[in-house]
Design a protein around this ligand. Structure first.
Ligand SMILES: *[C@@H]1O[C@H](CO)[C@@H](O)[C@H](O)[C@H]1NC(C)=O
Ligand SMILES: *[C@@H]1O[C@H](CO)[C@@H](O)[C@H](O)[C@H]1NC(C)=O
Ligand SMILES: *[C@@H]1O[C@H](CO)[C@@H](O)[C@H](O)[C@H]1NC(C)=O
Ligand SMILES: *[C@@H]1O[C@H](CO)[C@@H](O)[C@H](O)[C@H]1NC(C)=O
Ligand SMILES: *[C@@H]1O[C@H](CO)[C@@H](O)[C@H](O)[C@H]1NC(C)=O
Ligand SMILES: *[C@@H]1O[C@H](CO)[C@@H](O)[C@H](O)[C@H]1NC(C)=O
Ligand SMILES: *[C@@H]1O[C@H](CO)[C@@H](O)[C@H](O)[C@H]1NC(C)=O
Length: 294
């Protein structure tokens, strides 16, 4: 099973009214016929049937070089106190960040973006990986290994999952965990860039997506925790939370760009025996100011 991590960073000039328009409407889901993604376009006030939706399949042969995609600058990613709380939303796992401590700028972004939360999405068992974006039609390969409990930062973070088993549960993160430690092994100078949307309702199309080429690597025992101990609601017969991801959407003529001369994604294939852990993709979403007035 494969995970993806979506980090949301908002433009600092955004008003609080604008931020609240990012709050998803109630009543949507991933896995019931009455509220799954086929119904999202009919949710009032949502943008889910728009023309620049996410996630997408990134075709590496069509990626265009852009000399402006320089290195991003990360502030507070080494701060062990910036991750404050972990929540079971009933649809995914959300980690709350202290937006006063964490920010991203550079990389052809129009300004500074403060990071307020990240969401984790996953599949169900090794046959249904849950990485939202795909590269050349592939979700990410899994590798057989006997390593367990690695890396340490993910062991620490996932140790809290047992405390948020039911929908609505939340618990403070008291042990230090930095974003840098969770992103170990990802070269953050290598990424794809395109314009898209939130991957949950209201699917607001105000997102600049930055998809890192390198995956994070985490041992399978830790990844498996997500689909085995989290429930979608509080009832005694609640289903486990699985397949918490949206399907890929039409590209509709959009162009994906990347650094000049940068090689393609280094997602591991089973031929690369050197990969120590199961891997999954890490994705950053940066939300534009147009959010407020669309
Ligand atoms: C969503 O529900 C519809 C019925 O409303 C069903 O046909 C479809 O297969 C479901 N899709 C997913 C991804 O579960
Ligand atoms: C999207 O859905 C809304 C509400 O159902 C509808 O009014 C609108 O025409 C749809 N837009 C497109 C491009 O299909
Ligand atoms: C890079 O930035 C410059 C200056 O803003 C702009 O003129 C140029 O079109 C940009 N290049 C690309 C490929 O977007
Ligand atoms: C954004 O982050 C920067 C750098 O950490 C910080 O100085 C600033 O106060 C933050 N702004 C907001 C609105 O949180
Ligand atoms: C994992 O351990 C088992 C039992 O010790 C061994 O047979 C297997 O080859 C190991 N697999 C890997 C990928 O190291
Ligand atoms: C990260 O990627 C950049 C661009 O490809 C490269 O110049 C740099 O050496 C890489 N850094 C590491 C630590 O591999
Ligand atoms: C819990 O979820 C299941 C399936 O998603 C649903 O049938 C049931 O009604 C829900 N129970 C409550 C109390 O929400």
């Amino acid at each position: 099973m494969v995970l993806s991590l979506v980090l949301s960073c908002l433009a600092v000039w955004l008003t609080s009214a604008a931020v609240s328009s990012a709050d998803p409407p109630v009543g949507w889901c991933y896995n019931l016929p009455s509220c799954n993604e086929s119904t999202w376009p009919s949710i009032a006030g949502a943008y889910c049937n728009g023309t620049r939706q996410s996630p997408i399949n990134i075709m590496t042969a069509s990626v265009k070089a852009n000399e402006n995609l320089t290195a991003l600058t990360f502030k507070g990613f080494n701060d062990g106190t910036a991750l404050t709380e972990i929540q079971n939303s009933g649809r995914d796992v959300k980690v709350i960040l202290n937006h006063e401590k964490m920010a991203v700028e550079g990389g052809a972004l129009p300004g500074m973006y403060n990071c307020s939360q990240f969401h984790l999405h996953w599949g169900s068992g090794s046959s249904v990986p849950g990485a939202e974006h795909t590269i050349d039609g592939k979700r990410y390969a899994m590798e057989a290994t006997n390593d367990t409990g690695k890396p340490e930062s993910w062991k620490t973070l996932t140790s809290y999952l047992a405390e948020i088993s039911n929908a609505g549960d939340a618990v403070a993160l008291t042990q230090p965990i930095s974003m840098d430690s969770l992103l170990k092994g990802v070269n953050r100078s290598r990424y794809y860039r395109y314009l898209g949307s939130l991957t949950i309702p209201n699917c607001n199309e105000a997102v600049v997506w930055t998809v890192f080429k390198d995956p994070i690597q985490v041992s399978s025992d830790l990844v498996d925790l997500f689909s085995t101990i989290l429930y979608v609601n509080k009832s005694t017969n609640s289903p486990l939370m699985t397949n918490t991801f949206r399907s890929t959407q039409s590209i509709n003529g959009r162009v994906v760009t990347s650094q000049v001369g940068s090689s393609k994604a280094s997602f591991p294939s089973s031929s690369r025996a050197t990969r120590p852990f199961l891997t999954f993709s890490f994705i950053v979403a940066l939300l534009f100011v147009t959010f407020c007035c669309a």
